[in-house]
Design a protein around this ligand. Structure first.
Ligand SMILES: O=C(O)CCC(=O)C(=O)O
Ligand SMILES: [Fe+2]
Length: 523
């Protein structure tokens, strides 16, 4: 099927139901076959006894006409019945039922494993987690009741190698080897023993390749030597080793410490490339200094609507230029339940806008659905609230976009405003996205903040809160400082609601000015 699971925790939770149905069927299948085998075992015992007796007595056995009759009966009627039973495909009904589940439900495909591993490595990279910790189920300091076996560690190493991430290839291969050589692990998992020899060779090859690529020539040489000694029969390994020796014949075999699976932290986080800045905004290393924060205001917003004098909005200013505001407690739990009910069975894999239409991308691993505000009166009420929060006219806003993230789910840094004229085409008359209101419909246990690397701000999702920012300068030009993204989620199912407000009806609200673009920090 084309339903994808790993990109939405909500979707994945449906799989648990499917799995329990399958397990029930499996139980039935075993029971039916057990009955059949028990019956056959009984018969076998009886027939063996008769047969033994006949063997022992030799020709005397046939003195009795009754025995002649019994032997004949055993080999005709009895045997036919037994053969019939043995041939009977017990549990066929159950198998058919399972096949029917498979054709009427969506199953994850093998390729989903790659998506899940990609999410796992994304978490590791962004939050700088140790491989040894993750393999034991320790995620950002919290211990979970899972640990990864050698096979999975090897799969992760292979994936990292495919992505050319040599540091992770090295650390995960090492972890796989450690597990394979641990006697406790091996006795726990007898199938691992069968495959052990091959896997050790596979792991050594990954280790040698990654050491070579990371400049650890001494280590690579040792590992290659070990590999060809373990599997002299595999020509490929010998060939690889020879290539290595030839390539490095004039070089000194230096040794490099690879115990840290992460790139060293740059001395100055501010002046790094965009992605590095983004990662360190997500993990909290890059943030506003106390003096930068001093100017910001916090308080109750009452200016925009007389009603708010009675029920003021709790606003926290997170950045002044450009404006980024976090509103607290703007949605109730009951409202959120209604919204999730409206959207949860309709979400599909998220896409990003491209010149040739919308495409699925690793940049955005989540699932979403657009709902028109006419779908429920609550959505209209939300817009009234958004209008109070932003003082913008909501009439030209897009449909409500609900979004749920998956394993390591994220939305890489991006602008909400359309950078290309072409992308505006579908709704040019509405103009570009002047502002965004991002509602948080859940807390997230670990990770999953919204990061603004240029503003050095990380907003942690809190159920019922909403963020508001302008995407455009007052003169309508896209504001480069509002680059942002949804950081990878470590643990939790994150739901958000996007309101994208368009510019072409706002002239009375936010008069067009020619503000200078004070974008010193922008790349
Ligand atoms: O999920 C988040 O925190 C950010 C989402 C976002 O930026 C978007 O959907 O445009
Ligand atoms: Fe966004």
């Amino acid at each position: 099927g084309n339903t994808e699971f790993f990109s939405s925790v909500h979707q994945m939770s449906k799989l648990v139901q499917l799995e329990s149905v399958l397990l029930q069927q499996m139980q039935k299948y075993i029971k039916i076959n057990e009955n059949k085998l028990d019956f056959l075992k009984d018969r076998l015992a009886m027939l063996e006894r008769d047969n033994r007796e006949a063997l022992e007595e030799g020709l005397n056995y046939f003195d009795s006409p009754l025995n002649k009759y019994y032997l004949t009966k055993r080999l005709t009627v009895d045997w036919a019945r037994i053969e019939n039973i043995m041939q009977h495909e017990s549990g066929k009904k159950t198998l058919n039922r399972i096949a029917k589940y498979e054709s009427t439900n969506h199953y994850p495909e093998n390729s989903e494993l790659d998506g899940a591993i990609a999410g796992f490595l994304r978490i590791q990279e962004v939050y700088r987690l140790k491989t040894a910790d993750m393999a034991q189920g320790i995620l950002d300091g919290v211990k979970y009741n899972i640990s990864l076996d050698a096979r999975l560690c090897l799969d992760i190493a292979k994936y990292a190698a495919k992505e050319n991430n040599m540091r992770f290839t090295h650390s995960w291969a090492l972890e796989a080897l450690k597990r394979l050589q641990d006697p406790a692990e091996v006795s726990n998992n007898p199938t691992a023993v069968l495959a052990e020899k091959l896997e050790v060779a596979e792991i050594l090859e990954l280790l040698a390749t990654s050491k070579k690529n990371l400049g650890d020539l001494k280590g690579a040489n040792q590992t290659y030597a070990e590999l060809v000694q373990l599997r002299p029969d595999i020509e490929n390994y010998t060939r690889e080793y020879l290539v290595f020796l030839k390539e490095n014949v004039h070089k000194e075999y230096v040794s490099v410490d690879l115990s840290d699976e992460h790139e060293p932290l740059p001395a100055d986080l501010h002046s790094t490339d965009q992605f590095t800045r983004y990662k360190h905004t997500c993990n909290g290393l890059l943030k506003q200094s106390p003096s930068e924060e001093r100017e910001l205001r916090c308080g109750y917003l009452t200016e925009t609507d007389p009603f708010l004098l009675l029920a003021p909005l709790k606003a926290e200013e997170l950045n002044h230029h450009p404006l980024l505001v976090l509103y607290h407690d703007v949605l109730s739990d009951a409202e959120i339940e209604i919204m999730k009910g409206l959207s949860d069975n309709r979400i599909v894999r998220a896409t990003v806008a491209g010149i040739n239409g919308s495409v699925v991308s690793e940049l955005r691993t989540s699932q979403f659905v657009f709902m028109p505000r006419t779908a429920h009166k609550l959505l209209e009420a939300i817009d009234v609230r958004a209008e109070q929060m932003t003082d913008l006219n909501m009439e030209y806003s897009e449909d409500h976009q609900f979004q749920n993230y998956g394993i390591g789910g994220h939305y890489g840094q991006h602008y909400d405003w359309f950078q290309s004229e072409d992308l505006l085409i579908s709704s040019r008359e509405m103009g570009n996205r002047i502002a965004t209101v991002l509602f948080y419909l859940t807390d997230v246990e670990q990770g999953g903040g919204t990061a603004f690397p240029f503003l050095k701000r990380l907003l942690m999702p809190k159920k019922g809160d909403a963020a508001f920012w302008y995407n455009l300068h007052a003169d309508g030009v896209g504001d480069l400082r509002n680059l942002h993204g949804g950081c990878p989620i470590i643990v939790g199912s994150k739901w958000v609601l996007n309101r994208w407000i368009r510019e072409n009806i706002q002239s009375d609200r936010r008069p067009c000015e020619l503000w200078p673009d004070s974008c010193r920090d922008c790349a």
